[in-house]
Design a protein around this ligand. Structure first.
Ligand code: ABN
Ligand code: CU
Length: 705
């Protein structure tokens, strides 16, 4: 039970708060410091450590009022979410500060919950367990000598939930490995036991030991460092460099954290949990600035593993809610994580003492070639009449490391008004020990001698607060449907009639829906009051998403209960300020009884979601049956979804993108065989082989016929 003990509210001091550029900006390092100082001054007698000091998003109505008339409206107050721990006290201190006023608005102890694990919390486990006698004993049983404990490593995971230990203590499970050399990849040498670690007392409180023992593998480590590749024959020598050139720099403008690019304008937020947050996205449609989305972010994810043997049921990481997509974010390297001309944004987080830590280059913003945007040629004059425009895309990205896995998150803006989310998975499989000849049971794949990688899913929750031409929107599900009229009937004589069947959701219950590939199902975020003059249909952005596996853990299972958001592809709820976390605010060690987050907000499902401010929660991802090709390090596996304008623009909004080649029929007749449209020519592309004379190049160029 979540028990709230109301404590002190409203402690005031003179404000010395630094001023932010924009109400949606994440807290700066100076603001984090100032927020920590307010808390420390208010509660000098408490021995507090900080878990979260993060912007509490402004209330939407206040933000929109300010944004519509910034000169006339006061800036929304900077409010700050605090999660702090007090030594020896179970539960978390949850605070809300008004940073502008230098004031504590609320500070209360929430019991029966556990906060996110920070990198600091994770780092303790390995350091401590190496000298714990019961762990050393298990290592020796596994075939590692007691004086080799510096070669023993662990990936610390939150325990998830284990009914033996409940939620009282802050627990981590140590997923154990061995390296014969510090440069080894430990994942080819998993150990078969799992210590349970108390994060606060630094004690190992239990060790899960399997009935069948699996000594540490005697195989060579499966490494991916240069020496290992050398032993396999060395790096390939036939890869020629590809250099990205942007001689005139970038096509986007940056003002603070606001980006303008190709008619789009948006604010790039970032927080410890969701990582990148895209705020207040608008599109300048020939002078009319049209709102598209108020806020889009990755709100949660769950990675359930499919091996039924204890304790593997505990492997179902909520990487955002339990560890934080911001806290785990990488500092990105120029020419490496992103190529071309890059603009970076840093991220600032608190350490346990409330001192700011800055992650340099946490967000990468850059452009890439986007292939052909549109093309048509007329066969009548041997394709001389032709147009071809190439696209450019804007990419806002981050990469976070969730212990073994890397998640690469790309928010991509296209010139036709489409917004895409692409996530690529790389890094290393979570592995476990398997004896020679031992059956996998089908629940995993032997990816290397002595190594099994269990089946699992990566299910993400995308939170979309649409604002299609205004705050009042509806959601409709669209299915390809065939005419009900039989073949031979007047209405469908040839039997070929089909059409898009749109179902507008009225209530929260209506909107609980799953993907249906056979009907090309999609979901439109519509403004029912904005009707397109040609199509007669409402202005919309369509969610096109096909990688939508169902949650495989069964109804009633621990994962099903804890990850309520993942039970369906789409949920829609009425908008509520600061309702961000679909598996609950405090995810570690929730039992799922009751299911937190979305299931609570759904309630009896009768809430109105028609023609109002709504939030669409979309579950997407993939089911991963590991293969040896995923090991020892996984080639990046992409998944992608689109938000596409439909009945929103009068016509193709990218018609004004300068084409690489354009020729009319009359122009082709007049100019004859060889035409170069000088100003648009790509001067860098050239033939790979053979003739390189100027004439030959011109003949094969897209700019000549
Ligand atoms: N994938 C589970 C996890 C994530 C981050 C840190 C530790 C473990
Ligand atoms: Cu995977």
């Amino acid at each position: 039970m979540l028990e709230r003990l109301s404590q002190i509210t409203s402690h005031t001091r003179a404000s010395t708060a630094p001023v932010a550029d924009h109400p949606l900006d994440p807290l700066s390092a100076a603001e984090i410091k100032a927020a920590a100082a307010i808390v420390k001054a208010a509660y000098p007698d408490k021995n507090l450590t900080f878990n979260v000091i993060s912007l509490a998003d402004p209330r939407k109505s206040e933000f929109l009022a300010w944004s519509a008339a910034p000169e006339k409206t006061s800036v929304p107050a900077r409010e700050v979410d605090i999660v702090a721990l007090e030594a020896g006290v179970s539960g978390v201190w949850e605070g809300l500060l008004d940073l502008t006023a230098g004031k504590v608005l609320s500070f209360e102890l929430v019991t029966g919950v556990q906060p996110i694990l920070t990198i600091d919390d994770l780092s303790k486990v390995e350091r401590v367990i190496r000298s714990v006698p019961s762990v050393i004993e298990q290592c020796v049983i596994s075939g590692i000598s007691a004086d080799e404990m510096d070669k023993v490593y662990c990936d610390p995971w939150t325990i998830g939930y284990d009914e033996r230990f409940g939620t009282e203590r802050r627990l981590q499970q140590a997923i154990m490995y061995y390296r014969s050399d510090e440069d080894d990849s430990q994942y080819s040498h998993p150990l078969d036991f799992c210590p349970i670690f108390d994060t606060e007392t630094l004690e190992v409180i239990a060790i899960d030991i399997p009935n069948v023992r699996r000594p540490v593998s005697k195989a060579k480590h499966a490494n991916f460092h240069a020496k290992a590749v050398e032993e396999l024959g060395g790096y390939r020598t036939d890869v020629k460099p590809i250099i990205v050139q942007q001689p005139e720099g970038v096509s986007f403008k940056v003002s603070g954290r606001e980006i303008e690019w190709q008619n789009f304008k948006l604010h790039v937020g970032f927080n410890y949990r969701e990582g990148i947050v895209l705020n207040n996205i608008t599109y300048n449609d020939h002078g009319e600035v049209r709102p598209l989305f108020y806020r889009i972010s990755l709100a949660e994810m769950v990675v359930p593993y499919g091996c039924p043997d204890h304790p593997h049921q505990r492997k179902h990481a909520f990487d955002l809610g339990e560890y934080g997509g911001g806290y785990m974010t990488n500092s990105l390297a120029l020419g490496c994580d992103c190529k071309g001309v890059i603009h970076y944004m840093d991220a600032a987080f608190p350490d346990r003492n409330g001192e700011p830590i800055t992650v340099k280059n946490a967000i990468c913003i850059h452009e890439e070639d986007d292939g052909v945007l549109f093309k048509h040629s007329d066969f009548r004059d041997n394709y001389a009449t032709s147009v071809l425009a190439r696209g450019v895309k804007l990419i806002i990205s981050q990469i976070f490391t969730a212990a073994n896995y890397e998640y690469m998150v790309y928010w991509i803006f296209h010139m036709d008004g489409t917004i895409q989310l692409e996530i690529k998975l790389t890094g290393i499989l979570n592995t476990y020990a398997i004896n020679d000849g031992e059956e996998t049971g089908g629940f995993g794949t032997r990816v290397y001698p002595g190594v099994i990688a269990h089946n699992h899913q990566h299910l993400f929750s995308l939170r979309i607060n649409p604002m299609i031409d205004g705050v009042e929107n509806s959601i409709q599900m669209v299915d390809a449907a065939v005419s009900a009229a039989p073949v031979g009937s007047k209405e469908n004589f040839y039997g070929n009639a089909f059409f898009p069947k749109a179902t507008v959701f009225k209530t929260v219950n209506d909107a609980i829906t799953d993907y249906e590939g056979a009907t090309s199902r999609s979901w439109d975020m519509i403004n029912p009051k904005k009707i397109h003059p040609y199509s007669g249909k409402p202005a919309s952005y369509k969610l096109v998403s096909h990688e939508t596996p169902l949650l495989l853990p069964k109804e009633g299972s621990l994962v099903w209960k804890r990850a309520g958001f993942a039970r369906h592809t789409v949920h829609v709820t009425p908008y509520v300020d600061r309702q961000f976390y679909p598996a609950g605010k405090y995810v570690p060690q929730t039992s799922g009884e009751p299911s937190r987050g979305l299931p609570e907000w759904i309630g009896d499902g009768t809430g109105n979601i028609e023609n109002t401010d709504v939030v669409l929660w979309h579950t997407f991802g993939l089911t991963h049956f590991p293969a040896p090709e995923d090991f020892p390090i996984m080639p990046a596996e992409p998944m992608s979804l689109l938000l596409r304008p439909r009945n929103f623009f009068l016509q193709n909004p990218a018609l004004d993108v300068p084409p690489s080649y354009i020729m009319t029929t009359s122009g082709a007749k007049k100019l004859g065989e060889s035409v170069v449209v000088e100003s648009l020519t790509d001067k860098v592309s050239r033939l790979a082989f053979g003739e390189t004379s100027a004439e030959k190049l011109a003949e094969s160029s897209c700019c000549s016929k």
